[in-house]
Design a protein around this ligand. Structure first.
Ligand code: PGA
Ligand code: ZN
Length: 423
């Protein structure tokens, strides 16, 4: 077989699920094989994330165009990667890092580097006629993740009055991924009926979950629990996870949390107390970003109080960044990391941060963004790394469902070799 040498990289501007431009890259090999990948984009982005390069030209897409990032792929990156072996992912990503030369990838843009990094992996997998999860994960890749399905949206993802950004259900008690997805979808539909019966909105937010206005955030927990039981499941079989996205609430000047929709103000201690209470009264097994991205001290305190009972997931806190994760490990902050490839900008860095998490007993959860494309690379990364969980939205809206459907197909292809979730 010919060597999998890169001949050129090219990119284009496509749209994400919010109608905002994003980068799609194609990596071409000398034998004619290609790999294509596109990158997502967040709304509640952490301040420590790698740079998403936008044009800022107000005459195009309100300044959100990515022609600069596209041009970086077509010129500098294509030139630098020409002749490089596509299966040498570490070298490809090192070249991208060196060519960029900045801490935040602000010269080339992490949207440019990630699109190429993922497209190169896809090209190499195609060269060997392997599915991406098998190419990346080898013979050991056979675990299907529990879907953490975001069925009720609030915060920056919805224009309702709910402050907590995400209410997710996780069918941990299913036997297979297909069964878990069915359970989640049934509960999602039951929740829709419950909302309709109460005269509440069933319009959906950015990640496909319903986005009704409610008397209080805790009502979302009550409604979801009701939807779980009315669908015929127990709260041992299907558990609840929250993404509070508390960085969105933090006021550095006043050193407190201001919830903008309900105009509530809470101290760090009050917020930790609130999470402790919710965990003791509801079937919550995971809380993401319960505190601000700069508040390592608060995270340590929260982890001491809740870390033995539930998953405490750092999203904005860690931003898929090895250095920040190591700081968390050193100080005892959180016990799991959310893994969003576009927060860091290359596949090698994603795989490294997962390795670091695993070797220190931290959980890891591959995750989509609120602005997504039809790209399903995340599903393959989850299986390749034997992830116990994946976050990729409600069972609604094709950019979310595409990842779930990809996981269904992978599970079918693995046959008896497949295992599901934490078992
Ligand atoms: P984002 O939200 O993609 O808008 O940042 C997702 C999350 O916070 O997990
Ligand atoms: Zn989050």
């Amino acid at each position: 077989m010919n060597k999998a040498q890169i001949s050129k990289c090219c990119a284009r501007e496509i749209l994400d699920s919010r109608g905002t431009p994003t980068v799609e890259a194609t990596v071409c090999l000398t034998d004619g094989t290609i790999g294509v990948a596109s990158v997502p984009s967040g709304a509640s982005t952490g301040i420590f994330e790698a740079c998403e390069l936008r044009d800022g030209d107000k005459k195009r897409y309100h300044g959100r165009g990515v022609l600069g990032a596209v041009s970086n792929v077509n010129r500098q990156i294509s030139q630098a990667l020409s002749g490089v072996n596509a299966e040498d992912q570490a070298q490809i990503d090192r070249i991208l890092l060196d060519l960029d030369g900045t801490e935040q990838k602000s010269r080339l843009g992490a949207n440019a580097t990630l699109a190429v990094s993922l497209a190169a992996a896809r090209a190499a997998a195609n060269h060997y006629r392997l599915p991406l999860y098998r190419y990346l994960g080898g013979a050991a890749a056979r675990r299907l993740p529990v879907p953490m399905m975001n069925i009720l949206n609030g915060g920056a993802h919805a224009s309702n009055n709910v402050e907590i950004q995400e209410f997710m259900i996780a069918p941990v008690g299913a036997e297979t991924f297909a069964e878990g997805l069915r359970m989640g979808s049934e509960i999602y539909r039951t929740l829709g009926s419950l909302l309709r019966d109460k005269g509440l909105s069933t319009a959906v937010g950015d990640e496909g979950g319903y986005a009704p206005s409610l008397p209080g955030d805790e009502d979302a927990l009550r409604l979801i629990t009701q939807a779980i039981t009315e669908s015929g499941y127990t709260t041992d079989q299907v558990k609840i996870a929250l993404d509070c996205a508390a960085s969105e609430w933090f006021s550095e000047k006043e050193a407190c949390y201001r919830m903008p929709k309900r105009m509530l103000t809470k101290s760090r201690a009050e917020l930790i107390g609130e999470w402790e209470r919710l965990v003791s009264e509801h079937p919550i097994f995971s809380i993401e970003d319960g505190l601000d991205q700069r508040d390592f001290d608060g995270w340590r305190e929260m982890t001491a109080k809740l870390g033995k009972k539930i998953l405490l997931v750092g999203d904005d806190l860690f931003v898929t960044n090895e250095k920040r994760l190591r700081e968390g490990i050193r100080t005892g902050a959180a016990n799991a990391i959310l893994v969003k490839p576009n927060q860091i900008g290359t596949l090698s860095e994603v795989l490294n941060v997962i390795r670091t998490a695993l070797s220190h007993g931290y959980g890891f959860i591959p995750s989509h963004r609120s602005g997504e494309t039809e790209d399903t690379t995340l599903a393959d990364i989850a299986v390749a790394t034997n992830a116990a969980y994946i976050k990729t939205g409600a069972p609604c809206r094709s950019e979310r469902v595409a990842k779930y459907n990809r996981l269904l197909r992978i599970e079918a292809a693995l046959g008896d070799g497949a295992v599901y979730g934490a078992c």
